[in-house]
Design a protein around this ligand. Sequence first.
Ligand SMILES: CC(C)(COP(=O)(O)OP(=O)(O)OC[C@H]1O[C@@H](n2cnc3c(N)ncnc32)[C@H](O)[C@@H]1OP(=O)(O)O)[C@@H](O)C(=O)NCCC(=O)NCCS
Length: 418
Amino acid sequence: MPSSRAPDGSRYSLRTASDRDWRDLTRTIELSYGGHPDPAEVHQVNKDLFEPERSLATYHRDKICATALVYSLNMTIPGGIQPIAGIGYVSVDPTHRRRGLMSEMMANILHGLHHSGTEPVAALQPSESAIYSRLGFGAANQVVRLEIPRKPHAFSLLPRGEDLPATIIDPQTCLDEIRDVYQANVPQRAGMLHYDKRWAAKAVLDPPTARNGAAPLQCLTVSEAGAPAGYALFTTRPQDDSPDPPLAVLVRELFATSPKAYAQLWRTLLDLDLSTTVIAHTRPLDDTLLVLLDDPRSAVPTVRDQLHVRLIDVDRALALRTYSAEVDVVIETTDRLCEWNVGRWRIQGGPEGASCTRTTSAPDLVMSVRELGSAYLGGISLTQLARAGRIEEMRTGALDAACRAFRTDPLPFCSLMF
Ligand SMILES: CC(C)(COP(=O)(O)OP(=O)(O)OC[C@H]1O[C@@H](n2cnc3c(N)ncnc32)[C@H](O)[C@@H]1OP(=O)(O)O)[C@@H](O)C(=O)NCCC(=O)NCCS
């Protein structure tokens, strides 16, 4: 039972959710996220993904006033695809905020994951960056929004050659092709989610009431040697209040299995008649597009954090991933919420695998579990964190060696909101 009390002095009760809670849960979620009711198809997709036995609801009297959903995800981490706990739809009714309900639910989830011995790592995509760091989550990667003026000859340095066969169709009619190309990309980058049909349905959701003046979602596909080689989910929207051009091309998702297919998709999108701008909402920080463009400066970037990672069990989590270089380092960690992580951990590993064991040896590096979460996927450099005063180096050279081992190339990225 949460220790905090409601404004009327009564107690809250925290329970595992059940299927019957769905309607009340979504009411609280919608209210917390601004009051817009989700369209029916969004409800259905979210309901299909709902795992009641893993999710929490806080009750005030007999009404839900706070929620936290847990998803069983499979995410690429350095070295392979592993189960991780995805946390989403953390919401607190505005009339019950700042009473510790979110903190109580999150502590309950983190302790529950430890005691059940299931996923050693949890991840979320926070609506605001500052919410979860106090709970030991570290911002683990950055993504970039790119706004690019229309470019008829955007990649003139690239040999053009024959165009691949391309078509623009309704995404619902090419779900298999999308899935094949997407799944081929999953192992390429840490942070990517291996998804089943339910998550695939979420990726192409396009309820008319949520289009905000944009055309229905379209899928540009290209094929190579008769097989799907790339797709872009995109739409167009008038730039001003008039329904007429000029249009902005909005790119939701773009994946390819070859450099040629990748370049052709972007070349097509960057030169659509009647458009003036391409807006790619969420791209990897090291997106290939940035080195394809003749004029990369024309692409206006807005950088933000995306995945926040929490190590549930430091030893299991650090032994689960591989390392880019051989490493043998003792890390002393602090953890305000999960005391079983406090102590010194020896990590020995490399590209083939790793072990992480408790030790009494002197520490080489000292940091909190939050910094380990930031470095976990290889997207944030330990050296950068040390320069910010968030990591202390106790043995000269240890920081540099650990930094090289933890980093990954390409940088982490997650294309799907969970
Ligand atoms: C974000 C939200 C879940 C927080 O719930 P809450 O029950 O009010 O949070 P708590 O009372 O447990 O807050 C714990 C701490 O986090 C801080 N905090 C809460 N929301 C914060 C925010 N948006 N930004 C920064 N800090 C925040 C609180 O000030 C408090 O700090 P303290 O420990 O120093 O006093 C709630 O405000 C909400 O539903 N917001 C709208 C939906 C949303 O953004 N959800 C998150 C999706 S990932």
